[in-house]
Design a protein around this ligand. Structure first.
Ligand code: DC
Length: 201
């Protein structure tokens, strides 16, 4: 049976951690849709036309080691404003969403554009400062020496670009459950997400 859980929200709000935990809890497959845009973004940085990269994307492209860094995130947010790039990635995401056995997709436009018919929708957010602190700690643990101020600027930049673009902008679906993780630890955020989804099953 297909059951789609759409989890949207801004950069570094905790969507990834929550999505993986939710997928494990319900035994569903998980797709981090940001990785698709990151894979196109790094190819643009390499000099490939982003529309050509999106059209020819393969699972192998999602395994590059540099996809999680800040440069890939900024490049992803830029290629994500191109309607043809978004269109090229649509069918794959929709097919994943309706696979038998259930699926969790996290991104920016899952509940609004990719899967408006998703059985459960969450919008996970937190203040920009809290998100920047979390991302800063993650980057430091991974060996980066980026300053907190630079991380905050990166978060605000991406928020503005993701929210203000004309195609599939970042916004909560009307029927999404909002989870603000600013003052929650990760266990509380996961529990809130699971409770909201369980109410829809
Ligand atoms: O979730 P993330 O930080 O890995 O996403 C990277 C960028 O990709 C994000 O800034 C905007 C874009 N993106 C998007 O436009 N739509 C999605 N469904 C997922 C990501």
């Amino acid at each position: 049976m297909a059951f789609t859980i759409a989890i949207d929200g801004p950069a570094a709000a905790g969507k990834g951690t929550i999505s993986r935990a939710v997928a494990a809890h319900f035994g569903f497959a998980h797709l981090d849709t940001g990785l698709l845009y990151r894979a196109v973004g790094v190819q643009m940085l390499d000099g490939t036309d982003p529309i050509a990269a999106a059209t020819a994307l393969t699972p192998h492209d999602l395994e590059r080691a540099d996809l999680r860094g800040a440069a890939a995130g900024q490049a992803a947010s830029k290629v994500a404003t191109i309607p043809e790039v978004r269109a090229a990635l649509l069918d794959y995401q929709r097919a994943f969403a309706r696979r038998a056995g259930g699926a969790v997709l996290d991104g920016r436009d899952i509940g609004t554009v990719i899967c408006p018919e998703a059985e459960a929708k969450l919008f996970v957010t937190a203040s920009p400062e809290v998100r920047a602190h979390r991302r800063h700690a993650e980057l430091r643990a991974a060996g980066s020496d980026m300053s907190y101020d630079d991380v905050l600027r990166d978060v605000l930049d991406r928020d503005a670009r993701d929210r203000d673009r004309s195609t599939a902008p970042l916004k909560p679906a009307e029927d999404a459950v909002l989870i603000d993780t600013s003052t929650m630890d990760i266990a509380a955020a996961i529990a809130a997400a699971i409770a909201a989804i369980a109410a829809r099953r």
